[in-house]
Design a protein around this ligand. Structure first.
Ligand SMILES: Cc1cc2nc3c(=O)[nH]c(=O)nc-3n(C[C@H](O)[C@H](O)[C@H](O)COP(=O)(O)OP(=O)(O)OC[C@H]3O[C@@H](n4cnc5c(N)ncnc54)[C@H](O)[C@@H]3O)c2cc1C
Length: 380
């Protein structure tokens, strides 16, 4: 039984890598230039079963763990960071719904596995910012339903995702996690994404105006939202985002190597023969390998349920996003002025890599949490 599951996951990962090479990477410059949402890319990922990667097998998914998610996110994110971001948020949402369960969970997961429903998280708010686990949405409860009002910021796949998860203060203590449907009365998306990078990820605001959610839309136990956030959302998101960023870093390094090898001076020598360029390339390769190794270790610990997984996962997100920023800058310096223009994909990789550090949990917050965890202090 286990063997079948593993070979299915491996088969889908191989198809994802092939799609990344043949369809997703070739379309990435246009998605970036036009700020297009990667609809065609998602359909292709759905066709090979990748949108069910983190959906349990009982709901027609693959039931894959963190290591497989890392492989998929690195391949997709390296080909197109916007597509990687959208794929990542869908996969985290599916894992969270599966982890919490609830009356509507199984049917929604079936739709998510097939690609009939795209998922995302609407956790961030302008007010609470990096502290997304302290939501300010207004929630009024009566007769088995809750009426929700407020504004969410930075919803990846906003206006495109069919189902988004929100956190509310629970009636008694803690947080509740609910599914909000895109077409529910009172849901209104606003604006368009005009960020530095990830130009196709449609990370926009949503206004919730007296949106009525019945108890069947709750994911997990009443008051169990924080356990979901720290037990499922955090590990899945940290691994996926770290992997998207390793993909970006590897793509920038590969582009720099190709350019440095092919760019020739009038005397016939190549850019790659310049000793300082060689040192820069070696440092970039060391950075990427080291960060990927930590990520793989963190994913392995997370899949094994190891008590030390959380620190490794937090540090992997910090290192991989920092490395993506550093390596894309290194690629720019290796390739010079041409890399500052769309003639090479490096300026896109550089812009895409700037998001990782400020995405919650931000690297600033994670450094504090990591230090507290290794010092034996409670987090957050
Ligand atoms: C491309 C993109 C996609 C996104 N997609 C989503 C999504 O799908 N869903 C979603 O919910 N959110 C999403 N976000 C939101 C993202 O998670 C927010 O950027 C994040 O919550 C930070 O919010 P803020 O800008 O208000 O930061 P602020 O809270 O204003 O923080 C500003 C800076 O101060 C630092 N800081 C604040 N408090 C502390 C502290 N206590 N310790 C250390 N440092 C601190 C932070 O690290 C940060 O760098 C996305 C963001 C981007 C850029």
């Amino acid at each position: 039984m286990a063997e079948v599951a593993v070979s299915n996951v491996d088969g889908v990962l191989a198809e994802v890598r092939e799609l990344a090479r043949t369809l997703i990477a070739p379309g990435a410059a246009e998605i970036d230039r036009e700020s297009h949402f990667p609809r065609e890319q998602l359909s292709a990922l759905a066709r090979v079963g990748a949108l069910g990667l983190t959906v349990p097998r009982e709901q027609s998914g693959l039931g894959a763990g963190l290591a497989a998610l890392a492989s998929a996110c690195e391949a997709v994110g390296g080909a197109c960071a916007s597509t990687g971001m959208v794929f990542l948020m869908h996969s985290v949402t599916a894992a969270t719904i599966a982890g919490g369960g609830g009356p509507s969970a199984a049917a929604l997961l079936e739709q998510m596995a097939s690609g009939a429903a795209l998922g995302t998280l609407a956790f961030s708010e302008r007010g609470t910012g990096a502290h997304f686990y302290a939501p300010e949405l207004r929630a009024e409860r009566r007769d088995g339903s809750v009426t929700v009002s407020g504004r969410k910021a930075f919803v990846t796949s906003g206006g495109h995702a069919d189902a988004m998860l929100v956190l509310l203060q629970s009636e008694r203590e803690g947080l509740d996690c609910y599914v909000v449907r895109k077409d529910a009365p009172g849901v209104r998306f606003e604006g368009s994404w005009n960020g530095l990078g990830m130009r196709g990820n449609s990370s926009i605001a949503v206004e919730l105006d007296d949106v009525v959610l019945d108890d069947g839309a709750r994911i997990g136990q009443a008051g169990g939202g924080a356990d979901l956030v720290f037990g499922v959302v955090a590990p899945t998101f940290l691994v996926g985002l770290a992997a998207v960023n390793i993909g970006i870093a590897q793509a920038a390094l590969s582009a720099a190597l190709e350019h440095a090898g092919s760019r020739r001076y009038p005397d016939g020598s190549a850019l790659v023969e310049v000793p300082t360029v060689q040192h820069a390339l070696a440092n970039m390769d060391i950075d990427v390998r080291a960060a990927r190794t930590l990520l793989q270790e963190a994913a392995r610990l997370g899949d094994a349920g190891d008590a030390g997984a959380l620190v490794a996962l937090m540090e992997a997100k910090i290192l991989c996003t920092d490395v993506a920023a550093r390596v894309t800058q290194g690629a720019l310096e290796v390739c010079g002025g041409q890399a500052y223009t769309p003639a090479l994909p490096i300026e896109r990789h550089l812009r895409d890599a700037r998001a990782g550090a400020v995405m919650a949990p931000t690297n600033g917050v994670l450094r504090t949490w990591s230090a507290k965890a290794i010092a034996g202090l409670p987090i957050p």
